[in-house]
Ligand binder design. Structure first.
Ligand SMILES: [Zn+2]
Length: 229
């Protein structure tokens, strides 16, 4: 009886092990299949996630480029016609010499020149025209008298403002002036008379010290006077 039981138990034991092995094998196969499937699914997912951004990026690029590009060009175009015309020499301004007389001392703002009155070297911001006492001095161009005064260094002085940012100054005039600040003057109109009131230039005798500025910067009077030629 015990023999019957033993083989039976033996078979049962073997069968159990076989069943275990089969089970293990089955688990192994299913897990392999499962892994294969998930791997395949991941691959699909990867392909899909890769494909999505490419499409959306392309679409995103298209929209803003169309929206933003034409706007700046449309805005900037109406502003470009603005052109600033600088006050040029050829404005038709009538210019003439302020006094009949020879130039006795030249304009020199870039190099020092010797001043016999002060006995030193300095710049000279104008031109000196020699003229006898009382010779009429006239406005070099149309304008408005900005100042008519006695300057400590340059004597009786008249300053006239003109169009285009020009200013002309006449110094070493006789004390009696022909105009006052605020007067409107035209080219050729007498504003004063040649004298010798400039303490900085007494050795020159009677003369007119004539200087010009453009936008408050010194200008060679010869350049300004050439506008009238
Ligand atoms: Zn001078």
């Amino acid at each position: 009886m015990s023999e019957n039981k033993n083989p039976g138990r033996g078979w049962n034991g073997k069968g159990y092990y076989i069943a275990l092995i089969l089970c293990a094998a089955a688990i192994g196969i299913t897990s392999y299949v499962y892994h294969q499937n998930t791997a395949a699914e991941e691959e699909v997912l990867l392909r899909e996630t890769e494909a999505i951004p490419v499409g959306t990026m392309a679409r995103e690029e298209d929209i803003p480029v169309i929206a933003t590009q034409p706007q700046p060009t449309q805005i900037s175009q109406p502003t470009t016609p603005e052109t600033t015309t600088q006050p040029t020499e050829k404005t038709g301004m009538k210019v003439q010499h302020p006094v009949s007389g020879q130039e006795i001392f030249g304009y020199s703002m870039e190099a020092l020149s010797y001043n016999e009155t002060t006995r030193d070297w300095r710049v000279h911001n104008g031109v000196d025209f020699g003229a006898e006492e009382g010779t009429p001095v006239c406005a070099a161009a149309d304008g408005t008298v900005y100042a008519a005064y006695e300057d400590d260094a340059m004597g009786s002085t008249v300053v006239i403002r003109h169009e285009g940012g020009y200013t002309t100054t006449y110094s070493s005039l006789q004390e009696e002036l022909a105009v006052s600040a605020g007067d409107t003057v035209s080219a050729g109109q007498t504003i004063g008379y040649a004298g010798s009131t400039a303490l900085l230039e007494t050795t020159m005798g009677s003369h007119v010290h004539f200087s010009v500025t453009h936008q408050n910067m010194p200008v060679d009077p010869a350049e300004f006077l050439s506008l009238g030629e």
